[in-house]
Write a protein that binds this ligand. Structure first.
Ligand code: SAH
Length: 224
């Protein structure tokens, strides 16, 4: 495998934070610190390590992807975590986003529908000693009722519309970030409870893999 020296990864990670995150206006100190220290290259398959700090998503196997670093930063930043929260992530993927969240919140629950993907993420997170992260294998399009309510919900796969279950499982003081739309491009929606109702704001056009499951896209609607 074409591994780089450890120091080279550190340098690339530092440049990633400066050129892709800080320069685009995300300055949340604890988030920046997490991105500076979490070894993103260990969350991608060995053959892709040298690209781990590039400005785009990467394949992680099973047709799934690890999100672009800026997307992880932007979506996390919207949650405005203070450190005491219980957070639900839908779409564990590589486990990188969960790792970042675990540095900013008290407790992270992350749901992955593909057992092999979940197993790999668990292995990565355990080997790096991450705590306060529980990976659940199952359909996160219905949220994860057993652990509700949550202070924040972060969805990292594109949904048809925001599943009803998410509103039921989110505290009214909470925030939710979710990409909405079909194959091609989607929009990141940011939900908060204002004036006695849930209200959403469109943040950015993005391109994610589909949210599957009971309240997600079928293979027919969005073939892989
Ligand atoms: N957050 C990830 C990237 C996620 S890619 C990271 O940091 O690497 C989206 C993931 O969502 C994929 O692994 C996919 O298998 C998963 N997924 C799709 N539909 C799902 C569902 N209904 N419930 C849980 N996970 C789902």
């Amino acid at each position: 495998m074409d591994f780089l020296e450890e120091g080279e990864y550190v340098k690339r990670r530092e440049s990633m934070v400066n050129d892709q995150i800080l320069s685009r206006g995300i300055k949340e100190a604890r988030l920046i610190d997490a991105m500076r220290t979490i070894p993103r290259h260990l969350f991608v398959p060995a053959g892709y390590r040298r690209y781990a700090y590039s400005d785009h998503p990467l394949p992680i196997g099973e047709g799934q992807t690890i999100s672009q670093p800026y997307m992880v930063a932007l979506m996390t930043n919207l949650l405005q975590l203070k450190g005491t929260e219980k957070v639900l992530e839908v779409g564990t993927g590589s486990g990188y986003q969960a790792a970042i969240l675990s540095r900013l919140a008290a407790e992270v629950h992350t749901v992955e529908i593909l057992p092999e993907v979940a197993a790999k993420a668990r292995q990565t997170l355990d080997s790096l000693g991450f705590q306060h992260i529980t990976i659940h294998v199952g359909d996160g399009s219905m949220g994860w009722a057993e652990e509700a309510p949550y202070d924040a919900i972060l969805v990292t796969a594109a949904a048809k519309e925001t599943p009803e279950a998410y509103f039921d499982q989110l505290k009214q003081t909470g925030r939710m970030v979710i990409p909405l739309g079909g194959q091609g491009t989607q929009t990141i929606e940011y939900w908060t409870f204002e004036n006695n109702r849930w209200d959403s704001e469109s943040i950015l056009t993005v391109s994610f893999v589909p949210l599957r499951g009971a309240d997600g896209w079928s293979e027919e609607e969005w073939p892989t």
